[in-house]
Design a protein around this ligand. Structure first.
Ligand SMILES: Cc1ncc(COP(=O)(O)O)c(C=O)c1O
Length: 415
């Protein structure tokens, strides 16, 4: 199988094809079996035609597959599809979102380099910078990337990379990708964006000026909560080769079966994202009016502090909502222990609605001080709204919030 060549979408005039059509057809090529769907090439290694052929492949004189850590046709088909959806040059499939972040950091950074990173990032991303990368001599400044002045003042002469997650996990603060790209480029720094919360259906950082995009494939791109994976999308061949070398050496590649599942998930990405957005809008509007809900954050709500920035760069609000329940941590616990349809689990972006508590779960490793600096309070609850019927999600939250109401109902109140 030769990917890209004869691809259903790349064979036509690329720019005229709509995103929805690309979701269905990207990365899919004619193959020797005539199969409509790319076969799962479940093999660790590939047979050479001769000793000379093997040597030519290793020397890069001929194109072809050698060993699945280096490149695999099923993985490559999925990579090509996502590169096309993000408007990038090529992509690199990684074993997880964290492996994708590590591929970016390990490829670009050396001892003595400095990173500017959003303070509201996925907990382990900040921990990776603060532990492993720090151990190798890389320093990071965590700043409120929704504030362009803070970004500008955090840049130092040795700032090699500006790493932005927008909307940020879990506070959903929105950073201006175009504005940050200008600041980064003025200082010869590279800007990478974690686009996990939006997916390419709702936001395309490369078209807004970013140099690199990454995703946890585990979330919306696969969308069915049955894969752990990650991807990095780059704009040029030179960066692709550098990143491919790192990934090959560090070994954190995705496998063919998970790539097949992600590629299958992509076909419904546009439909799922539409439903995630419309459901989350309904749930957020309902929650916002509930007397026990405080500090609701949702990019589709006019009360969101960066609502206008979101409108400029996002095609929709996404499926994530955060809020506090009146009564703090204890009230949040009662809520999470009382839901039935919503599942108490970490992760996000799957077809099912999930609820979790960042301070004790996804962002626990950051420590309380860093969490507070990033605006992650102990009472914050995060909801990843799925594609069920919105009214069913709302009635589940309603009955769970009624249990929270019971907490507030003190016996002394009985007349
Ligand atoms: C925004 C974001 N980036 C990266 C990751 C890490 O992805 P993974 O769990 O696939 O390693 C996550 C995981 O929740 C995430 O939410």
């Amino acid at each position: 199988m030769k990917n890209q060549k004869n691809s259903r979408t790349t064979g036509n005039n690329h720019s005229e094809i709509d995103f929805q059509t690309k979701c269905v057809h990207s990365g899919i090529n004619d193959n020797e079996y005539g199969s409509v769907i790319p076969p799962i090439c479940q093999t660790s290694t590939f047979k050479f035609k001769s000793a000379e052929h093997g040597a030519a492949l290793f020397a890069g004189e001929e194109k072809g597959y050698i060993y699945s850590r280096m490149l695999n046709p099923t993985v490559e088909a999925m990579e090509n599809a996502i590169a096309e959806l993000e408007g990038g040059h090529k992509a690199l499939g990684c074993a997880s979102g964290m492996a994708a972040a590590h591929t970016i950091f390990a490829s670009l950074l050396s001892a003595g380099d400095h990173v500017v990173c959003s303070s509201a990032v996925y907990g382990p991303t900040s921990t990776l910078l603060n532990t492993v990368m720090k151990k190798f001599g890389v320093e990071t400044s965590f700043i409120d990337s929704a504030n362009l002045q803070e970004v500008e003042s955090a840049i130092k002469p040795n700032t090699k990379l500006v790493f932005v997650e927008t909307p940020g996990n879990p506070t959903l603060c929105i950073s201006d990708i175009r504005g940050i790209s200008k600041i980064a480029h003025k200082n010869n720094s590279i800007i990478a964006v974690d686009n996990t919360f939006m997916s390419p259906a709702l936001q395309n950082p490369l078209t807004l000026g970013a140099d690199i995009v990454m995703h946890s494939l585990t979330k919306f791109l696969n969308g069915h909560a049955d894969v752990v994976g990650g991807i990095v999308v780059v704009k040029d061949e030179e960066t692709y080769k550098l990143f491919r070398k790192t990934l090959n050496q560090t070994g954190g590649v995705i496998d063919p079966f998970n790539s097949f599942l992600v590629h299958r998930g992509l076909k419904t990405l546009h439909l799922r994202m539409e439903k995630h957005c419309s459901n989350a809008q309904k749930v957020a509007e309902w929650l916002e009016k509930h007397p026990l809900v405080k500090e609701l954050r949702f990019p589709g709500s006019k009360s969101h502090p960066q609502y206008e920035t979101g409108l400029k760069q996002q095609k929709g609000p996404g499926g994530l909502i955060t809020f506090e329940v009146d009564g703090g941590l204890e009230a949040g616990r009662v809520l999470m222990n009382s839901v039935n349809l919503c599942t108490l689990a970490v992760s996000l972006g799957g077809v099912e609605t999930l609820i979790q508590h960042p301070a004790s779960m996804t962002h626990f490793t950051m420590g309380k001080e860093a969490r507070e600096a990033a605006g992650i309070s102990d009472g914050l609850v995060r909801l990843s709204v799925g594609i069920e019927k919105a009214e069913d999600i709302i009635s589940d939250l309603k009955q769970a919030l009624n249990k929270v109401k019971d907490l507030h109902f003190h016996p002394a109140d009985i007349k």
